[in-house]
Design a protein around this ligand. Structure first.
Ligand SMILES: [Mn+2]
Length: 357
């Protein structure tokens, strides 16, 4: 069980605090501040690794090594950026990293319409309402997010990136779901030999929410698409991040069933719950099954039964107990409560399975 850590200078929650969370063995991190497409150097990654290990924790995987837009759009310069990606994988592989999470969403990363929706108990959560999205100009999306976050920079919503929003939409003009899928396969085929050599498991993160927005295609949203992707590059290093909250944004997705179908190809798990309010309208909740719409016990059990062995982490939590010095969704308190609960489920599921043997 791990937690995401945004790195020195980016995460107000320190490694000293994380290491006191019971059952936490490692962190999931990345080189924040590196631009997508840049090759990471051995020295900068070694410094990050040293810092994590000095706290008694380890780096359990990288989230994310972001994909340059020219790779997603299949632009002529994509091969240069794939070479950079391979160089980064070599640095990571040499340093002992065995799991890399990434996503292949065009223009926008994960999308929410509020980062601080108040719940009845006074906690706040991230939420999404399709009615709001349908009424806004996509170019205004960044100002909505940034007006709520102030100076905090959310991964995927970097101001440098959003300053180029018109240009980004232009780049993706004419890119439909089929072309985007082909570009993903081209990328995966190019990096697989490097991944195989280092035993690095690539884990694509599902699109969030799990349907196309602003007329942009999304290709990692359901069981069929995940299986098609797994088969198109049929290598154990081509796998998936099972993000329960992203996939379950569409209530038609049966998460335990998707886990069973992807057995052996899930390399990373994001565990969180959400509450469906109406079609296209959901809010995040506490991790506890009874607080949301998902059966978290069934999800943890399905992961165990599928033979999943990779890192897992509690995904976004609520903001509670007056905690404000954190990135939205990434406070310490509710993620620690979530982690303790998820570890309880995992222990119960494991002992029940052993008792049956
Ligand atoms: Mn996730």
């Amino acid at each position: 069980m791990t937690m995401r850590w945004f790195g020195p200078g980016h995460d107000p929650i320190t490694l000293d605090k994380l290491r006191q969370v019971p059952g936490l063995s490692g962190v999931i991190t990345t080189l924040y501040g590196s631009a997508p497409g840049e090759a990471w150097t051995k020295e900068e990654f070694a410094a990050l690794k040293r810092e994590v290990e000095a706290s008694g924790l380890s780096i359990a995987g990288i989230e994310s090594v972001n994909i340059h837009d020219s790779i997603k759009t299949g632009a002529p310069e994509r091969d240069k950026y794939i070479e950079n990606y391979i160089a980064t994988l070599n640095v990571l592989g040499d340093a002992g990293v065995r799991m890399v999470c990434y996503n292949f969403m065009p223009v926008f990363d994960w999308t929410r319409t509020s980062l601080f929706k108040a719940r009845k108990d006074g906690s706040t959560v991230l939420s999404y309402d399709q009615k709001i999205i349908d009424e806004i100009d996509p170019e205004k999306m960044f100002s909505i997010i940034s007006s709520e976050t102030g100076d905090a920079v959310l991964p995927g919503w970097e101001p440098e990136r959003m300053a180029r929003i018109k240009e980004l939409f232009e780049m993706y003009r004419g890119i439909d779901a089929e072309i985007l899928f082909e570009n993903l396969i081209y990328f995966l085929k190019a990096i697989m030999p490097t991944c195989a050599r280092h035993e690095i498991k690539m884990a694509i993160h599902p699109d969030d929410p799990a349907w196309p927005i602003f007329g942009l295609p999304r290709i990692v949203t359901n069981r069929e698409q995940l299986l098609r992707l797994a088969r198109a590059v049929d290598h154990p290093c081509n796998g998936v991040t099972l993000c329960s909250g992203s996939l379950a944004s569409n209530p038609a997705n049966d998460i335990p069933e998707i886990i069973a179908a992807l057995s052996g190809r899930i390399h990373f798990a994001h565990l969180r719950n959400l509450r469906h309010n109406a079609p296209g309208d959901f809010e995040e909740s506490a991790h506890l099954s009874s607080d949301g719409s998902l059966d978290m016990h069934a999800i943890v059990k399905a992961l165990r039964d599928s033979g999943f062995e990779g890192p897992a982490r509690p995904d976004h939590g609520r903001q509670i107990w007056g905690e404000t010095d954190c990135l939205p969704g990434y406070g310490l308190y509710d993620r620690a409560l979530g982690l303790a609960y998820l570890n309880g489920l995992a222990e119960a599921v494991e002992k029940a399975a052993r008792a049956r043997q």
